[in-house]
Design a protein around this ligand. Structure first.
Ligand code: C2E
Ligand code: MG
Ligand code: MG
Ligand code: MG
Length: 296
């Protein structure tokens, strides 16, 4: 009776939130029941987003991003299933699965005699605590015979303040072996400058909030310029995330930012499509050389 007669926002709102919660629980049940099946069915898809060298204007690498294709839900984005997989202890399996798909892609790429490419893979904090993390990681890279420099490990800025020294040492070891390590979403956490200089990282990824904020507030330009100098003082490369506008590309080029990534060049795209775009770019190398930016 209550929900039939009530026209007040209060009650219908409660009903609405309940429905949302129910949908969420239904999805989580489904995710849980189908996690292994989704893997064997190939429903976790490897999407790649180009990273662009701001000096040459050419694709220098890519970031691996997972998508989950579910018959009843369509394509799911990581934000809607990664936190859940972290909660139920499935994330390490997914991260290793994506490392596998990435190495498989690299193996095919290198097999065609194409110039080497670095692809970064996102890893959750939890994955580093997997009892065989180090061995499994190396086993996968070696199985596909990938030169270590083609694989980049992306961990978020907050990761570094949350993990124990043993995990940092593990990253150092991987870095010494030739893998690249990058700090994702830099500027969104609380790194101390003192700590930054001690971390085993070669690449800083500036959080995309900076460029977003720059559109509203011009003084953020100074902050981004500072971040670029800081990265260079630390002898790391810097890549700016979330590049969407031509003015942003010009600005980043002017201040000497090394790389860019964002919808301006391309959204994350299925791996097959990425391969085609790389092929197209290599095909018009001569033609594209005079252009300031690549056109995808
Ligand atoms: P992230 O690593 O910071 O990835 C960048 C996110 O920014 C991606 O969202 C990408 O689609 C989005 N993005 C890129 N360029 C632009 C742009 O120009 N404008 C805007 N508005 N957005 C842009 P996505 O793919 O939804 O991934 C979200 C997060 O999920 C990632 O953030 C990463 O933390 C996590 N993730 C993705 N794949 C994996 C995975 O295989 N394992 C783990 N552990 N985490 C993953
Ligand atoms: Mg990332
Ligand atoms: Mg990021
Ligand atoms: Mg992020």
């Amino acid at each position: 009776i209550a929900h039939k007669t009530a026209k007040a926002g209060g009650i219908s709102q409660i009903v609405w939130y309940d429905q949302k919660l129910l949908n969420r629980l239904k999805l989580e049940n489904y995710l849980n029941d189908h996690k292994y099946k989704a893997m064997t069915n190939g429903q976790f898809r490897l999407y790649l987003q180009p990273k662009v060298d701001l000096v040459s204007g050419r694709i220098s690498g890519a970031e691996s991003l997972v998508r989950l294709e579910l018959p009843d839900y369509g394509t799911l984005y990581p934000d809607s299933f990664i936190p859940f997989y972290e909660k139920i202890g499935f994330i390490a399996e997914l991260d290793f699965y994506m490392l596998n798909r990435t190495c498989e892609y690299l193996q095919r790429h290198l097999g065609k005699g194409l110039p080497p490419l670095t692809i970064s893979v996102n890893f959750s904090r939890v994955t580093f605590y997997h009892r065989t993390f180090y061995d499994t990681f190396l086993e996968i890279a070696d199985r596909y015979q990938i030169p270590y420099g083609c694989i980049e490990i992306e961990v978020t800025e907050s990761f570094f303040s949350e993990v124990d020294d043993s995990v940092i040492q593990l990253l150092s070891r991987l870095k010494d072996m030739g893998f690249l390590i990058s700090m994702d979403d830099f500027g969104s956490g609380y790194s101390s400058l003192n700590m930054l200089s001690k971390l085993p990282i070669q690449i800083i990824k500036l959080d995309r909030e900076f460029l977003k904020e720059m559109e509203r507030n011009d003084s953020v330009k100074g902050v981004i310029t500072w971040a670029v100098s800081l990265a260079h003082v630390l002898k790391t490369k810097i890549i700016c995330e979330g590049v969407e506008l031509p003015e942003q590309v010009d600005f980043l080029q002017n201040i000497g930012c090394d790389y860019g990534q964002g919808y301006y060049w391309s959204k994350p795209i299925p791996q097959e499509e990425f391969a085609l775009r790389l092929k197209a770019e290599n095909g018009c190398l001569q033609f594209e050389r005079d252009k300031k930016h690549i056109v995808l």
